[in-house]
Design a protein around this ligand. Structure first.
Ligand SMILES: [Mg+2]
Length: 365
């Protein structure tokens, strides 16, 4: 039974300021929840609100957790995951990062109760997952230099942020492709930066770049635009901002609008909803990518790794914590060899010791 909780604010810093089509991030804040049970267990969950993507602010997320959601879990049995999910959805349907923190904390408790790693609880294996490393929006020359350095460090897949002027974006891609050679997979992300015509201009000139996929070429609401671009380009189209939960997944799948879904736990509210999206994708022959957000640290990335590993996702963008100077805890998903993420046999998320400089206690019960 859940008998208490701690709520922390996390502060993490990027190795270098990370720019995408919608803004730049350097210092990032999130929330860390610790649920305590009558058996003496602690379950950990991380929520990273990002107004642009999840529609939440840090203070709003904090208030929803401490005033609504955490009190609602008091006295509950954490094993009742689906009914608790319904309860939390009713209280905070538009706060997916806040709900994600609790979804992950509840699943952590269930795994610890059963002494089972999360990948096994989901019925999968813990095969290592190959991740890309992301390069933010920058000049073609700088992007090429970063890409070359990453390949020298043994990262075998590059993700490049684009989504400004399509001709400059083509120059960025050509420079990176020239630097890494024809064999290294290159995926790109426009983060809604283009109009339909700009996206068409880019995609009809991109064939020789052999891009593995393109994320979100047009604004999130333009499902029809995604479908039309899919029809005129050989580059697989991936929905990121367009896809929040299972509802959008079903619409995108029924329309045949995209080739790939990018699932992020903060967008959909956690692993339970993510598994519903997985089922829709698999039923419609849509490939899967797991993503993360800048600011996510050891718990969120470990949970995303468990998901991608258990369900054999085709693509993984599991570099959020690698972009940071340090995690808020000493744990986290393994990163060995370079470019591969994995979890071991331990039950629950690998949090480790909390760093006092990165975690501030906001409230307790
Ligand atoms: Mg994206």
């Amino acid at each position: 039974m859940i008998t208490g909780w701690n709520l922390y604010r996390t502060t993490v810093r990027c190795k270098r300021p990370f720019a995408i089509a919608t803004g730049t991030q350097d210092e990032c804040h999130g929330l860390l929840v610790e649920l305590k049970t009558s058996e003496g267990l602690s379950g950990w969950g991380e929520g990273v609100p990002l107004p642009y993507l999840t529609g939440e602010t840090l203070t709003g997320c904090q208030a929803v957790l401490s005033e609504l959601l955490l009190p609602a879990l008091q006295g509950e049995d954490p094993r009742a995951l689906q009914s608790l999910r319904v309860k939390l959805n009713r209280l905070a349907v538009n706060q997916p990062a806040a709900r994600c923190a609790l979804d992950l904390a509840l699943i952590d408790l269930v795994c610890r109760l059963h002494n089972m790693p999360a990948w096994a609880w989901m019925g999968g294996s813990n095969r290592p997952v190959q991740t890309n490393y992301s390069i933010g929006l920058t000049t073609p020359q700088d992007a090429a230099e970063q890409a070359r350095a990453l390949v020298e460090q043994d990262f075998a897949c590059i993700k490049l942020k684009i989504g400004q002027d399509p001709d400059l974006d083509l120059d960025r891609c050509r420079a990176v492709r020239g630097a890494i050679g024809p064999e290294v997979p290159l995926r790109v992300d426009a983060n809604e930066g283009w109009t339909f015509l700009q996206a068409k201009r880019f995609l009809t000139r991109a064939d020789s770049l052999d891009l593995q996929l393109i994320e979100q070429p047009v604004v999130r609401s333009d499902f029809e635009g995604l479908k039309r671009l899919r029809g005129l380009s050989s580059t697989p189209i991936c929905a990121d901002e367009s896809l929040r939960g299972a509802q959008e997944a079903r619409r995108l799948a029924e329309m045949g609008a995209v080739d790939v879904f990018n699932i992020k736990l903060m967008k959909c509210g956690g692993l339970l909803e993510a598994r519903d999206i997985v089922a829709i994708a698999r039923a419609h022959g849509i490939d899967l990518m797991v993503g993360g957000m800048v600011g996510e640290s050891c718990v969120a990335v470990a949970a995303a790794t468990a998901l991608a590993s258990a369900y054999a996702f085709e693509y993984a963008d599991l570099d959020a914590d690698l972009l940071l100077k340090a995690n808020f805890g000493t744990g986290g998903a393994g990163h060995s060899p370079v470019g591969y993420r994995h979890l071991d046999d331990r039950a629950g998320w690998p949090v480790g010791e909390l760093s006092p400089g990165s975690t501030t206690l906001l409230g307790s019960c």
